[in-house]
Design a protein around this ligand. Sequence first.
Ligand SMILES: O=C(O)COP(=O)(O)O
Length: 223
Amino acid sequence: MKTKYKAILFDLDGTLLDTAPDLIAACNYTLDRFGYRKLDEKIIRTRVTAGMREMMKLGVPEKDWDSAGIESVMRDCFAEYYTAHICDRTTEFHGIGELIQTLHNNGIKTAVITNKYYAMAKKVLSKFEFSKNFELILGCDSLTHSKPHPEPILKALEILEIKSEDALYVGDHLNDIRAAIAAKTDSVAVLWGYGQNECADIDSWGATYKAQDVEHLKSIIFC
Ligand SMILES: O=C(O)COP(=O)(O)O
């Protein structure tokens, strides 16, 4: 199989893995522990890629949120619960494992660049056999900057010894595409993730390609 790319870099949440069910459970557990009403899953889903803070703010009145210390104790509670239950309901998106294996079999390097904390990303990925093929995982705490800053993509390219024109970045969120544009790699905006919950006009993101499903992504890579 032929491709012009020497490396494919992936976002994690909403691109490789459907992590939303466990993130939503952690959010509702935390709200409940602190005496707030649990939220409808659909509401939390609108902020699921915005980070723990933004998810919890949906369920906490502003005056409480501003009171001293609540944010950090709720974040600790969320992180503790989420880390313990990180793969209770998380699944890979259909076809992802097979795609990563195919890339590996064809000598194409793969890496994960996520805004999740590195330890969480490593833990959840370790539950999936396909993750053994990744050459590198970078989290939001691995470097100084995280997406949409290009630093993690540029660092990954340096470590993998790949030029930006030989790499493709795949993500479901506007921040992924912004980071790829800033790092001068081609990009794919995938339609199966959560990014469109925050910014629906995917055509305005500036991605090189859009992919409806993993089969479509494969046909973009091996064109
Ligand atoms: O967990 C987050 O904040 C987002 O993670 P992602 O970059 O893998 O989408």
